[in-house]
Ligand binder design. Structure first.
Ligand code: BLA
Length: 239
């Protein structure tokens, strides 16, 4: 269901950046399970390039039961750019949740103006997809912008048309920001970004709503490793 989104992302990345493949810890790159009624397959890819220190995306395919496409781009530590976060989920044909955002590392006015305001024009074109839903797992004021795409959808057609258009527009803007970004050189500035990205990993790992999903298909041990060794590798497991 989200394969065209993955294909598009991959094509864009290879066209625009000088990618090198990054290793994924053994056993985490691909996992197949027949625990449930339907075979579940989860597969991940990881790259880096000079502008983006970690580019990861994951596809989970449980046939008609569930389809998930999740991705995060981590800019290199010399850029204070937001992270690009993508979380597209479908449980059956009608329970579809799409989230896409430029996830801010900082919340001051200047940052907002520079990196978040440019999203507004796109968000305004896809009003139906900016539904102002309440967040249960995360705090909307931390690591989310006010122009995120966040929608519950009940039609596959909407995903193939509107969501795909919005996705392409947000990606194009993100590439533009990455291409125009000026590297910071002061060690204090860079340290601040290192810390902010690490805090993002910790925050995200602590709250990850997918833990239960991964545990149920692939076991809790695998889920724990996937979370802390791949998805959010700069986070420390909770004691
Ligand atoms: C919600 N994301 C969810 C949910 C699941 C996942 C199972 C709950 C859906 C529900 O309400 O039933 C799934 N999260 C995943 C998967 C991975 C993951 C499969 O990390 C990894 C492979 N989530 C992200 C990123 C964003 C994000 C990068 O991982 C940013 C765009 C957003 N996911 C996000 C939000 C919600 C969500 C905002 C709603 C959470 C809430 O209600 O608080």
């Amino acid at each position: 269901m989200y394969q065209p989104f993955l294909d598009y992302l991959e094509k864009e990345l290879f066209k625009r950046f000088d990618l090198s493949s990054q290793p994924i810890p053994p056993g985490l790159e691909r996992q197949v399970s027949d625990r449930a009624k339907h075979r579940s397959i989860i597969q991940s890819w990881c790259y880096q390039c000079p502008e983006l220190r970690k580019i990861r995306y994951t596809y989970m395919d449980v046939g008609p039961v569930s389809q998930v496409f999740n991705s995060v781009m981590y800019p290199s530590h010399c850029y204070d750019l937001p992270l690009l976060g993508i979380d597209f989920l479908a449980f059956g044909k009608k329970k579809i949740l799409v989230v896409l955002d430029f996830q801010p590392l900082f919340r001051d006015e200047a940052y907002q103006e520079k990196y978040i305001e440019p999203m507004r024009a796109i968000r305004d074109r896809y009003q139906d997809l900016a539904q102002n839903l309440e967040m249960k797992f995360y705090d909307a004021n931390q690591y989310f912008s006010k122009y995120l795409l966040f929608a519950k959808i009940d039609s596959l057609e909407t995903v193939q048309t509107e969501v795909f258009e919005a996705y392409k527009d947000y990606l194009a803007l993100y590439w533009q920001m990455v291409e125009q970004a000026e590297p910071l050189t002061e060690p204090e500035d860079i340290q601040r970004i290192v810390k902010a990205q690490k805090d993002y990993d910790q925050y995200s790992a602590d709250r990850d709503p997918a833990h239960g999903l991964f545990s149920s298909y692939f076991g809790s041990e695998w889920a724990e490793r996937f979370l802390y060794e791949f998805l959010f590798e700069d986070a420390m497991p909770l004691a």
